[in-house]
Design a protein around this ligand. Structure first.
Ligand SMILES: [Zn+2]
Length: 206
């Protein structure tokens, strides 16, 4: 296979990219100057060598010397360890962080739990979540788990699913599970919510 087809095949594996778009990307690159392509190539290589997944919250973060296992939020001693906010994806965590209202820990689920199939897809980190919650309960610092999922059928299904999953772990403890959704209107996508909306949702969680 020639380089055009090799690259097109790779682009086809990107989410939502078909054959024609993949080819368009290749021809776009062929028309760009060499420095653009060089920077792009190097950036692609560095996301594997310079970015790591946080062992605790699973967000992707830039590795720093002596800090290659935990992200800045998880490694920061100022972070409120009594609160754990579960979100679907990295972008949702960024949206909430921008409000500067929530000072606790996060957990990035990696996706939502599908309504139709019984099996939870492997990209939804339910096992990792159970492990983190168990650990935090053992340390006796955790007081509240906040489910911060989008307000649509998929998000609401995940909310219920996680409540059932975590219930046995928090039984006979003082940990409570609340939802951010109580303060959000139907159809709200967390990622695209403004800071005021999130602030209100945090205030009215329950
Ligand atoms: Zn982290």
């Amino acid at each position: 296979m020639d380089p055009i087809n090799i690259l097109a095949e790779k682009f086809k594996e990107f989410p939502g990219i078909g054959e024609r778009q993949a080819k368009r990307f290749v021809y776009f690159l062929l028309h760009k100057n060499p420095s653009f392509v060089k920077i792009l190539g190097e950036a692609i290589i560095s996301i594997k060598s310079q970015i790591a997944e946080c062992e605790s919250c699973h967000i992707f973060f830039q590795i720093k010397p002596h800090q290659d296992k935990l992200c800045e939020t998880c490694a920061n001693p100022q972070t409120d360890q009594s609160s754990l906010l579960i979100v679907e994806k990295d972008a949702d965590m960024e949206t909430i962080k921008r409000t500067k209202t929530y000072k606790g820990l996060y957990f990035v689920l990696g996706g939502l739990v599908p309504i139709v199939t019984k099996d939870t897809p492997t990209f939804v980190r339910t096992n990792e979540l159970q492990a983190v919650v168990k650990d935090r309960i053992k340390n006796k610092v955790l007081k509240e788990i906040i489910l911060g999922l989008s307000i649509n059928p998929h998000g609401e299904h995940t909310d219920l699913y996680l409540r059932e999953l975590l219930h046995p772990l928090i039984e006979n403890t003082n940990v409570r599970i609340v939802s951010l959704g109580k303060g959000l209107s139907t159809g709200t996508e967390l990622e695209y919510s403004d800071s005021e909306t999130i602030k209100n949702a945090l205030k009215n969680r329950g």
